[in-house]
Design a protein around this ligand. Structure first.
Ligand code: FES
Ligand SMILES: [Fe+2]
Length: 340
């Protein structure tokens, strides 16, 4: 599936940039192949329009923010958050024609990020109950470009077959590649619910972050997949109070790259586990995933007859089923790089 060639994917909300990166300057971001410029308007709200001035196609992201508008660097025209040109310095006393405009898109701030939807929204921005719970702290963990498709990244988090190999020294059960048979996998309105048990090998990093010295730890994982490229994952360690909720989005930049956006909610304190230590450990694990995922063909086939599947691939299989159904229900045919 080529993400940029499936228009229905434009109808979902994606986190595209941390709000703090927009302080004082505009930023560019490519979402599903669409070049965008984001900035904060006069009220501090994020705005997004196509990153191409309607006058001479100059990237507006090279400009600056003036009075809450984005100002083109070439001739200084200013555009508001609706994409309308509101200032033409060369003709200050003339009315501005209506076609002096650039396309704008829906944009909202949530959880410290600007979220963008390029079309008629099919869903709402993910609701995260823990974000309103004062017993949880928020940790912004990762914001980085991965050169793999969003589906590969999201599937990987639900793939219990790879831990023993890819994460053998960082978290996996080193002796046993067979994962626990305890699994619940149910369809939900927005994707699926996947509950599983993972046995993890403890190490000094993890010991610090979860406060346990047990050699092997039993982790209960509860994943909600938010179609197409988002995950809400709750992890609990057997016998401990600690709960970590991680939100992972593989925001699609184009067909072969995505922005890995990951933030955490934890019911412990900085004194109990330093955010920097948690990020270091997670960074180690994700760098192992990334090293593999960036070598794999980004054109993931939704047809199950192409790749071969095993029992631990059930979540990935259901992702393919549901995405294929999504395309079909919107009259789309799966687009591929080459004929299947
Ligand atoms: S190119 Fe943008 S104002 Fe002329
Ligand atoms: Fe992994």
């Amino acid at each position: 599936m080529l993400a940029t060639a499936q228009p229905v994917l434009r109808r979902f909300w994606y986190p595209v940039i941390p709000i703090e990166l927009l302080q004082g300057r505009p930023q560019s971001f490519t979402l599903l192949g669409e070049p965008l410029v984001l900035w904060l308007d006069a009220d501090g709200k994020p705005s997004v329009v196509r990153d191409r001035c309607c006058h001479r196609y100059t990237p507006l992201s090279q400009g600056i923010v003036v009075d809450g508008n984005i100002r083109c660097p070439y001739h200084g025209w200013q555009f508001n958050s609706k994409g309308c040109c509101v200032v033409v310095p060369q003709a200050p006393d003339s009315p501005i024609p209506e076609n002096y405009r650039v396309q704008s898109f829906q944009c909202q701030e949530r959880y410290g990020y600007a979220w963008v939807c390029l079309g008629d929204g099919l869903d709402e921005i993910l609701n995260i109950p823990e974000a309103k719970d004062p017993s949880y702290r928020l940790i912004h963990a990762f914001y980085e470009t991965w050169h793999c498709s969003g589906l590969r990244l999201i599937e990987n988090v639900c793939d219990h077959g790879h831990f023993h190999f890819v994460h053998n020294q960082t978290l996996a059960d080193r002796e046993n590649p067979v994962s626990s048979p305890h699994n619940v996998l149910e369809k939900t309105e927005r994707g699926f619910y996947f509950e599983s048990i993972l046995f993890m090998h403890n190490n000094p990093h993890m010991e610090k972050n979860v406060g346990s010295s047990q050699k092997t730890m039993k982790i209960i994982r509860k994943i909600n997949w938010c179609m197409p490229f988002g995950l809400h994952l709750q992890e609990m360690m057997d016998g401990k109070e600690l709960v970590q909720v991680s939100i992972t989005y593989a925001t699609p930049i184009n067909d072969s790259s995505c922005q890995m956006v990951r933030f955490l909610f934890r019911n412990d304190t900085e004194a109990e586990a330093k955010a920097a230590d948690i990020i270091t450990h997670e960074g180690l694990i994700f760098s192992e995933d990334r090293a593999i995922l960036e070598t794999i063909d980004y054109d993931v086939p939704l047809d199950l007859n192409e790749e071969i599947h095993m029992a631990t691939d059930k979540p990935g299989i259901l992702m393919r089923h549901k995405l294929a159904a999504l395309l079909a229900s919107h009259g789309e045919i799966e687009q591929r790089r080459t004929a299947a």
